[in-house]
Design a protein around this ligand. Sequence first.
Ligand code: ADP
Ligand code: MG
Length: 271
Amino acid sequence: PITPIADGSNMSLDSAAATAAIFLEDIHMRFGNVHALSGADLTIQPREVVALIGPSGSGKSTLLRTVNLLAPLTSGRVTIGGTTLSDVPEGGKQQIKMTEKEINKHRARVGMVFQHFNLFPHLTAIQNVVLGPTTVQQTPPAEAKERGAVLLEKFGLGDKLDVSPRHLSGGQKQRVAIARALAMKPEVMLFDEVTAALDPEMVGEVITIMRQLATEDLTMVVATHEMDFALEVADRVVFMDEGRIVETGPARDVLLHPQQARTQAFLTRLN
Ligand code: ADP
Ligand code: MG
């Protein structure tokens, strides 16, 4: 059945879902009494760079985790690159339409980088980067290592390949974490406050990489408090509050001329 999509565009639901990089429909996520997401709809086109902003607790991390299937939904539908990965009717049970192996294959199409790096502490930088491709994607180790080295060099870490994370600065660790996610050749990259835990002098080196990635053939969703980054790099800004998407539009419109009172209040508080 063809149903109109929630934003009122006349494109049919199914063709919109089929062509989008990320298509989220009516996502609800409850943790006990907490409604972390209360009916989020979001369509992200291939190669779009989207900044996700909003107060702490507004649901940004939960939304990103939904895209990556790290968290089972309470209800809603997640379609990535035309494949519906999760479809849970209201009050219903998760309908898994594919095997765990297939889910993992699709999950590899989405890379995620977190605030706290989550590098494997007992592995070197290059081993961290090579692990996913060699274990999940069966890339031959020599090829994975060569590709991983290219990525680390691109991020200014050519001399850190064999260094353990404990000998790297926060900014360097985060660059390794980004390289590790990219090594899986994802179509979509999700960044969750990747500069929030860094010392101020290291924020720039990570932002530089993300600015560079934004010019490549990658779809990016970036939860961030860096409004300068959002303004300069994002095609679109999505403002969330209390588990809902309150306002979305071109970065300059939302950040400089917000329409909704809650967006205005949030941006005013930051200044
Ligand atoms: P943000 O990333 O915008 O700060 P989150 O997505 O982390 O927001 O959180 C949204 C809401 O959901 C918050 O109220 C948070 O406390 C709650 N929440 C998130 N994850 C969990 C969880 N695993 N268990 C319980 N509550 C959670
Ligand atoms: Mg968060």
